[in-house]
Design a protein around this ligand. Structure first.
Ligand code: SAH
Length: 209
């Protein structure tokens, strides 16, 4: 596992020299702000044998560190940027990770396909404001599933009920560099109306409340 993190770090540094994957360039800072931060989610839900979607995974956060630490996860990494998805595939191959699907697509379209209501856990960091994220993520969760939204502010409201969800607990944690972060959990209770998610332009123009 440590070697896998070392290899991931070197692939990230190498790729970051030619494309913009992360603004953080110091290896130690990457370990804390990306790896440690991602792994904190292990304290918010039981990931063992779960079907997990990392929505807007970018360079793989939080999805890949979670998979390295908990190999029984069936992981899907979704991102709208093709180059990032190519990088994710390269890392998954190089680390020998099994059961990782790297999907190039937009969540608002992906949620109207076969993946709708198929995940136990959706994770997202740095993707969209909470109301917008709920519209993208809740349709992808099975009833009984949970959205783990890594946010810097804790007390945002969102259209939980309209989308078949309910607000769960907040988790606040401290990274080893002293930064405080939090995770907002949203529970999926009932099936989501098929009209959601709407096209992105509408989601942005008229957020649900
Ligand atoms: N989760 C990563 C990346 C955050 S940047 C991290 O925390 O480091 C946000 C990423 O979400 C970008 O890579 C962008 O391409 C992707 N993204 C934004 N909206 C999306 C959508 N609707 N569907 C799929 N990917 C999306």
């Amino acid at each position: 596992m440590d070697e896998q993190f070392d290899l991931y770090l070197s692939l990230l540094l190498e790729a970051n020299a030619v494309m913009n994957l992360t603004a953080i360039r110091e290896p130690e800072e990457i370990r804390v702000r990306h790896f440690e931060d991602s792994l904190k989610l292990l304290g918010c839900a039981d990931f063992r044998n779960r079907r997990v979607l990392d929505l807007g995974s970018g360079a793989g956060f939080p999805g890949l560190p979670l998979k390295i630490a908990e190999p029984s996860i069936a992981l899907t990494l979704l991102d709208g940027t093709g180059k990032k998805v190519e990088f994710l595939r390269r890392v998954a191959d190089a680390l020998g990770l099994r059961d990782v699907a790297c999907v190039h697509g937009r969540a608002e379209e992906y949620a109207h396909g076969p993946a709708r209501e198929s995940f136990d856990i959706v994770t997202a960091r740095g993707v969209a404001s909470l109301p917008l994220l709920c519209e993208l993520a809740l349709p992808l969760l099975k009833p009984g599933g949970v959205l783990l939204a890594m946010k810097s502010t804790a007390f945002e409201s969102a259209p939980y009920r309209l989308l078949g969800g309910e607000r769960g607990e907040d988790y606040i944690y401290e990274l080893s560099d002293g930064t405080l972060h939090n995770v907002i959990t949203v529970l999926k209770i009932t099936f989501t109306n098929k009209i959601y998610p709407r096209p992105w332009a509408q989601i942005k123009r008229k957020p649900l409340v």
